[in-house]
Design a protein around this ligand. Sequence first.
Ligand SMILES: Cc1cc2nc3c(=O)[nH]c(=O)nc-3n(C[C@H](O)[C@H](O)[C@H](O)COP(=O)(O)OP(=O)(O)OC[C@H]3O[C@@H](n4cnc5c(N)ncnc54)[C@H](O)[C@@H]3O)c2cc1C
Length: 431
Amino acid sequence: MAPVIVWFRRDLRTRDHPALLEAAERSPHAVGLFVLDPVLLKPAGAARVAFLFRCLRDLDAQLGGRLLVLSGRPAEVVPRVAADIGAGSVHISADCGPYGRRRDAAVGRALSEMDVELVATGSPYAVTPGRILKADGEPFKVFTPFYRAWVRHGWRAPAGKSTVEWMDVPGEEIPDDPAVDAELPEAGEKAALRTWRRFLDGADYAALRDRPDLPGTSRMSPYLRWGCVHPRTLLAECPDDTYRAELAWRDFYADVLWHRPETARENYDRKFDRMAYDDASLFDAWCQGRTGFPIVDAGMRQLLAEGWMHNRVRMIVASFLVKDLHLPWWWGARHFMRHLVDGDLASNQHGWQWTAGSGTDAAPYFRVFNPTTQGQKFDPNGDYVRRYVPELRSVAGKAVHTASVDGYPAPIVDHAHERQVALERYAAIKN
Ligand SMILES: Cc1cc2nc3c(=O)[nH]c(=O)nc-3n(C[C@H](O)[C@H](O)[C@H](O)COP(=O)(O)OP(=O)(O)OC[C@H]3O[C@@H](n4cnc5c(N)ncnc54)[C@H](O)[C@@H]3O)c2cc1C
């Protein structure tokens, strides 16, 4: 029987892996392949690349040291391997992003010329993007009705473990990690499952999820990003409805990007094409966490220190960039994509568009976050700020959100004034 190829991409695991099960149905002998694609590696910062390489080492260990790693363009590499081993089929979990879809179509065409089938089974989502439509056949544009339909649609139980014999084909070494300053979470499937167990044991998610000073969220995003775990595995043990809804946001944004791939770069709401922006002079201060707004600076420095940022703070820093500094959301999205270990085109671009007001759903443009009161509310003792902004460590308690300290910048803008400017610019494009 001809061997098969399991081409791993955003599914770096062996459990709950429908494509792997399908491959095992077709042949007892498989090559596990990962292609180091320069198109995807180039825009990723050192933290995400290092995390990826560590995940690959973990996957390689699970495959008994037989993960075949090769560099190059997938449309060339995958058919070459298929020809070399005489593969009967190539198995993938569907990739739903704009680049992944184009890439897979090209690989599928090249394989079909050799009479080798590219078989997509499952996707990185609980419900594959494109599946859930309104009664009139149109895609959902608002989260809450999507969520109701998503729950009604449901998802399968986690898939069982498969048994294939991994073939040993000589390839490249997994590269050494690039130099990285950020302290990263432990990588790989086992680490993902351990992190999940820890969260389940300690979780009071609904009460604590908005508190960046406390370990209240699951920290599963890097593992979901790289598919070290399938969201269905999490849904099967989901602690509460609030958590389930967060996983639905992930599916929702993937669905939005599936239907409107151009919104990775362009405003979802085209009237925002007329928005006026300021010059770039304050952008670096935001990137470096030197705006003089402690919660913003703490968030931006957490991003650099850990390759991750708490969701509440992502919203605060994003609002600040767009509505206090009047800079385009895609500048912020690009900076996030560079540094986030969980950087995901759908969640990131649409998280940004949501905050900017140009995206799907509520968060109307005129709801402008006040960074000081947000800090006081969600970091009530100031512990989060002190953790990431050493200049402010001498200030006790909540006063840290309004403190003026030598060596720490004064606020670079007057929030009350910038809020007015933001509202005026919104009024100008509204009609
Ligand atoms: C401006 C902005 C940019 C963002 N960029 C990304 C990104 O690049 N990658 C990413 O995974 N998430 C992104 N998010 C969503 C969210 O901030 C992170 O998923 C979350 O902080 C990850 O931490 P956690 O795993 O502890 O989350 P938890 O609160 O434990 O949530 C569990 C899981 O649900 C999903 N989820 C939660 N909130 C959202 C959301 N708002 N949108 C989509 N999925 C969500 C994530 O997969 C997350 O791991 C962004 C949000 C904003 C506002």
